[in-house]
Design a protein around this ligand. Structure first.
Ligand SMILES: Nc1nc2c(c(=O)[nH]1)N[C@H]1C(S)=C(S)[C@@H](COP(=O)(O)O)O[C@H]1N2
Ligand SMILES: [Mo]
Length: 420
């Protein structure tokens, strides 16, 4: 029995080999590319460049090169991109773990570096493995609501993504041709046609002294794929209303039961959790303060309800990967509020929206001009024909088509047009 993990004979599983590793690698190549693209889109959707309001990352610098005004069409855009980002990320966990397991003997390879090129490749593997674990762990922690990070989730996950993806790109350039050739040449269990390792010095993944198999290669693929399907099936439901949402066993948010009726849809943070009292939202106490070039106006909820009211069917789609189907919101157009304080509705500028909330995240958010000008963007007073419930943001909340949930500020107290 070989004791040292640096010896190939230490690793006994008959499953390890180029075919298994190549198959998992190609699945990850496709999956992680989609995660990277939808992740960058999610960051753009968050309006981080309306700094420093939405984003506390001062030096995103060149990495922000691609940011663009997130569109308001189609209204389900963020529901789709973020639903895919989170659901796919979760479903890929078994594939990732199996892939890392399949190459773990390489981690112990001795000597650690045989040449400068070999040393560089191993260094990139450190960033690759460290990066992928960091991205998956921070992502899963964020959607499980465990904000345990020093600072904010966004810059960590964003910078981590770039470091990881750079190493991933190097890895793909070096390995993808071999992996694709292996898959083309080989059938399950037949390592004969395997392409030679990338470098002649590299030890094979096939154990020189394998144990008796307890599961076939095909069985192992079914196990990994079945694990992914199980995670998919217990996550995807969080993007749909009604009984389907109850299939989302892995989704958090067990705490706030939204109940039934017009306000009976997913709640993120309740009024109580955000310290919003009935006294400060009463008709007597609450005033909306709107500021623009012509000055400041103060409006009670009753006065707002006398302005032209419009309806729009829009979903809420959270960065955590859950979403609701369309709800019917009714309220005052954001561009009409801009017009109250001296802007033309068609050329209304960015707006800073601030909540009554005094502590915690998402007290305020900036919306871009294209979002303000969209006729479906509302300061909503009602939903599905009823007054907003306290938990959904009574007396008034923002709702913008295609925007991430975090921009839909609840319990709005103040809106400042321009001057961001
Ligand atoms: N003031 C305030 N507004 C807020 C939040 C918050 O915590 N405080 N949460 C935001 C987030 S992250 C989401 S996803 C939506 C959820 O809206 P809902 O609870 O009505 O479904 O509200 C947004 N508006
Ligand atoms: Mo959210």
């Amino acid at each position: 029995m070989e004791r040292s993990p640096s010896s190939p004979a230490f690793w006994r599983s008959p499953l390890r080999g180029p075919w298994f590793t190549s198959l998992l690698g190609v699945v990850l190549l496709a999956g992680i590319t989609v995660l990277f693209v939808t992740g960058l889109l999610s960051y753009a959707a968050y309006n981080p460049d309306l700094s420093p309001v939405n984003d506390k990352t001062p030096d995103k610098g060149v990495l922000g090169f691609y940011l663009f005004p997130w569109p308001t069409d189609p209204p389900w855009l963020y529901r789709l991109t973020q639903g895919v980002h989170v659901t796919l990320g979760i479903a890929l966990v078994p594939v990732l773990l199996a892939k890392l397991w399949s190459v773990v003997p390489r981690l112990f390879q001795l000597p650690p570096a045989r040449s400068v090129a070999h040393a560089l490749e191993r260094l990139s593997l450190l960033l690759l493995v460290g990066g992928v674990l960091f991205e998956f762990v921070t992502g899963v922690l964020n959607i499980q609501l465990a904000y345990v990070f020093p600072g904010s989730f966004y810059p960590l996950h964003f910078y981590g993504a770039w470091v990881f993806f750079a190493a991933f790109a190097v890895h793909v350039v070096l390995r993808a041709p071999t992996a694709l050739r292996n898959l083309r040449r080989m059938r399950t269990g037949d390592e004969e046609g395997a392409a030679p390792p990338v470098s002649a010095e590299e030890p094979s993944l096939v154990s020189p002294s394998p144990d008796e198999p307890t599961v076939s290669r095909r069985g192992a693929v079914w196990l990994v794929g079945g694990g992914s399907l199980l995670l998919l099936g217990t996550t995807a439901g969080q993007n749909f209303d009604g009984p389907v949402r109850r299939t989302a066993l892995l989704a958090p948010h067990g705490g706030a039961d939204p109940g039934s009726g017009p306000n009976g849809f997913q709640i993120n943070k309740t009024a109580a959790a955000r310290g919003i009292s009935a006294a400060e939202t009463s008709e007597e106490a609450w005033r909306l303060v709107v500021t623009g070039p012509s000055g400041t106006v103060r409006l009670s909820r009753a006065e707002l309800a006398e302005l032209p009211l419009h309806s729009a069917a829009l979903p809420i789609a959270c960065v955590e990967g859950w979403s609701t189907s369309d709800q019917w919101w009714r309220g005052v157009r954001l561009r009409d509020l801009a017009a109250l304080v001296g802007h033309e509705p068609e050329t209304a500028p960015d707006v800073l929206v601030e909540s009554l909330q005094r502590h915690g995240a998402f007290r305020r958010a900036a919306l871009r001009a294209n979002q303000v000008r969209d006729p479906r963007s509302l300061l909503a007073l009602d939903v599905n024909g009823e007054r907003l419930s306290p938990d959904h943001g009574h007396p008034a909340r923002i709702i913008v088509p295609a925007a991430p949930g975090v921009l839909n500020t609840k319990w709005v107290a103040r809106m400042t047009f321009g001057e961001l």
